[in-house]
Design a protein around this ligand. Sequence first.
Ligand SMILES: [Zn+2]
Length: 271
Amino acid sequence: MKSILGFGRTEEDTGTNVTITEEPPAEMPRCSLVNVRFPGKDRTYSYYNDLFDLHEGDLVFVSGKLAGERGVVDSVNYRFKINPTAYQRVIGRIVISMKGTYAPVLDKMVSIDREAVAPETFRSWVIPPADDGEPPEYIKGEGYSFDLEHFAECPEVEEAILNRALDYCTEGRVCYLSVRDHVGTAFVEGTKWYQVDFRYEDGYVRDMYCECPYPGLCKHSIAVLVTLREILKRIGDRDFTAMTGGFFIQMMTAGRQRIMLLPPEDGEQTA
Ligand SMILES: [Zn+2]
């Protein structure tokens, strides 16, 4: 399918294409000047957009000094004449689509469905696309390995860092954590977002890496170990996807998701 840059829409496809996937149809960008509000900063600024067909309420990433902050489109204007060099741009639109059944566990919403939010999807919600569209390439040394039950006794775990990690857990900063077919992925909100990768099998964590610059076992990795141990204690040794409750609600609201509340399965509900 062609995507045509420029003002307005051009319908060169004559309706012979049939889309049978669940993917949304390819988007025709529609140039606009948009006001974007940054709830965390209590600020609204105007941005030029030529990449997306934006609507009020869309979540976006922008260039400039607020790069990396999630903004909300407040209004969209198609009738304008500007000098584009005077404007920062919209560089990413956050597409929110959530499926699956989630249940509260600790401060998280946890799902055991395969169709729950995948790590790549979560990453696209919190980390803006790279300037050149290519993800950075990492060079790895040896990762950390732990017996999950007893990791806190390992010499690599410094007490001060462990305490900071526990603060991170209390603050819900291990915002996303999933284990799928022994592949573990977490996103931790520190001074910026950091991805933590590991492998998990039968109570053992192996090849654990965090992308932060700390030269040693960092608070992000330890916070992930604590969160993983506490969730598995409650749901049993199984694949899962977990998101901090407050963030879950925020994204569900922004994505205008249809929500169904299910009765508890253990039959404890009162008639
Ligand atoms: Zn780290």
